[in-house]
Design a protein around this ligand. Structure first.
Ligand code: PEP
Length: 249
């Protein structure tokens, strides 16, 4: 039985004060929500405040990115052990905005994924095709390459600890959601790739989230699909009541 994950990716939003306010508002709305992992991913500057505000609750905190080295002369970077030390339990890796604006490749995603695992974090690894790729029927190939290269050299035991987020790039922040059927088709392919590379059990246990304009009014249809194990939500995760209604889908 795969435990759902509802994760909010805050991107470049919220100060420390706004973060604490959000967590205080969210707490009572999700205090009885034991059916899923509830994860928020504030920016680096608000992680500590989020972790303190969420202490003793069922709200878990995630980084939005990390660097693969533990420490060194890498100005501006934050490492996986630093996030773990702070109290983060998850970290998003390879978000399409990182790939698009910050030059992330499948190889850097692989290094970051391994670093997250080594530090005891659960990586939420994002994969997904662009509109241009979908339009020329490249979705399957793109996802397979992202999967194979992103998870290169991982052991089966490593793979058990990973969460995958399928995020079609054309659906992120555009208001254009994949239909549940479109999402499921790719989720099934991802599960197949997982089976080929890591075996049946790892594939069965893999939690695959959908991301791309998930909102309170469309999450139910997505979560009704057997192969969709949760959501990675951007814009609609920024208000506590909206995020809570998705947690309580
Ligand atoms: C995201 O940031 O991962 C995302 C899916 O954003 P949005 O929900 O705003 O499309």
């Amino acid at each position: 039985m795969r435990r759902p994950v509802i994760a909010g990716n805050w991107k470049l939003y919220k100060t420390v004060k706004e973060t604490v306010q959000f967590v205080e508002q969210l707490k009572p709305l999700v205090q009885n929500s034991s059916h899923c992992d509830i994860v928020i991913a504030p920016p680096f500057t608000a992680l500590s405040a989020a972790i303190h505000a969420a202490a003793g609750t069922n709200i878990l905190v995630s980084g939005q990115d990390l660097f693969w080295e533990k420490e060194g002369a890498f100005t501006g970077e934050v490492s996986a052990p630093m996030l773990a030390d702070l109290g983060c339990q998850f970290c998003i890796v390879g978000h399409s905005e990182r790939r698009q604006y910050f030059g992330e490749t499948n190889e850097t995603v692989n290094r970051k994924t391994q670093a997250a695992l080594a530090a005891g974090l659960t990586p939420i690894v994002c994969i997904g095709e662009t509109l241009a790729e979908r339009e020329v029927n490249q979705t399957h190939t793109v996802i397979q390459t992202q999967f194979d290269e992103g998870f290169n050299n991982l052991t089966v035991q490593d793979f058990f600890r990973i969460v995958v987020a399928y995020e079609p790039v054309w659906a992120i922040g555009t208001g254009r959601t994949a239909t549940p059927e479109m999402a499921v088709e790719v989720h099934k392919q991802i599960r197949q790739f997982a089976q080929q590379k890591f075996g049946s059990e790892a594939s069965r246990e893999l939690r695959i989230l959908y991301g791309g304009s998930v909102k309170p009014n469309n999450i139910k249809g997505l979560m009704a699909q057997v192969d969709i194990d949760g959501a990675l939500v951007g814009g609609a995760s920024l208000k506590a009541d909206s995020f809570a209604s998705m947690v309580n889908f």
